[in-house]
Design a protein around this ligand. Sequence first.
Ligand code: SAH
Length: 348
Amino acid sequence: MIDLKNILDFDINELRNWMKENGEKEFRAKQIFDWIYKDCFEFDQMRNLPESLRKKLKEKLYVGIPEVVEKYKSRDGDTNKFLFRYMDGNIIETVVMHYKHGNSICVSTQFGCRMGCSFCASTVNGMVRNMTCGEILGQILAARKEIGERISNIVLMGTGEPLDNFENVLKFIDLTNADYGFNIGQRHITLSTCGLVPQIKKLADMNYQITLAVSLHAPNDKIRIEMMPIANKYPINEILDACRYYIDKTNRRITFEYALIKGKNNSPENAAELADILKGMLCHVNLIPVNTVVENGFSKPSPEEVNTFCGLLAKRGIETTVRREMGSDINAACGQLRRSYLKDQRSD
Ligand code: SAH
C-alpha cells in the first residue's frame, strides 16, 4: 500500500510518461482520465483497458477519491457540506453552494491551517500537512458524484492557506483547467489568501487569470495584528503594494475580504480609513458579517450597521458588496470549517 501513488496527482503528460516507463501505450493515459472524469474510480471497471494494464495499475496506483464520512444539507437546500476522509485518516470539509448561475465548490487546501487568525475555526487545531494537488482535486470529484451535477466555479476558501501550499495549489488549478478534466476556466476560480506578500508577487508573475481575494479584515496594522498573526510579518502597505503589482501584471480586479466584527473593525472611522487606503485601486470590497465560531466569542454587527459600513465605503467610491451568508446552520459558512470532526462532536 505504501508505494501506491495517487493517480490524481498526475497531469496527462506525467501519466503518459508513466505508461511509457511501464511498457504501455501513451494513449492509455487519456482513456483513464476519461473514465475518472466520468466518475468511474475503479480501474477494474475501465472496460477499454487490457486486463494486464488494469492489474499493473492496481499494483502501483490508486484513484485518491476521499471517502464521505458525513454529509449535511442546509435547511434551504442550497448548501451541501461534506466531511471527507483520506487514505491516511485525515479529514477535511468541502462545501458546495448552489447558485442560480451554477454550483460553486469551496475546497480546502491544507489539513488544518497554521495562520492562526483569531476569528477562524480552521486554524483552531493547527496544521497537519499540505494537501497534494490530487487530494485537493479529489474533493471536486467526490462532491460532484454525490450531488450529481456539474460544478462550474471553484473557490479556494476552505480550510488552509492556499499560498502556503503554492506548488500543489497551482498544479491543482492547472488540472482543473485541463480540457481532459473539468475544463473550468481560470476566471471561474477564486483564490483567497491572508496576504502572503512574496507569493502574491510570484503569482502575479505567472500571469494566471484567476480572481485573487485578499483577507484584509482591518484598515490598519494595529487592528489587523490583533486579529491575524500574519500581520506581524506583512504590513498592510506591503500587501497593497503586492496587490497593485498583481493588478498591473494581470489586469484583474482584486477582491478584499473584510469580516465585520462588532466593536472591533466596524466603526465609521474604520470605514473611512479603509476607503482611504484602497482609493484608486482596481478592487472591490466584500463584507462578511463574522460567523460564529464557538472558540472566539466574536459577534456580527446588526444588518443596519453592516449597511451603514457598506454605504460609507460606497460613498467614498469603493465598490462594495455584502457576502450572502450560506450554510451557517450546518457550520459551512466562512471560517466555520474545521479539520477535526471528532472534536466537533465532543464540543456539541
Ligand atoms: N486562508 C485563506 C482562505 C480561507 S477562508 C484566507 O485567509 O483568505 C475564506 C475567508 O473567510 C477569508 O477571508 C477568511 O478570513 C474568512 N473568515 C474566516 N473566519 C471567518 C468567520 N468566522 N466569519 C467570516 N469570515 C471568516
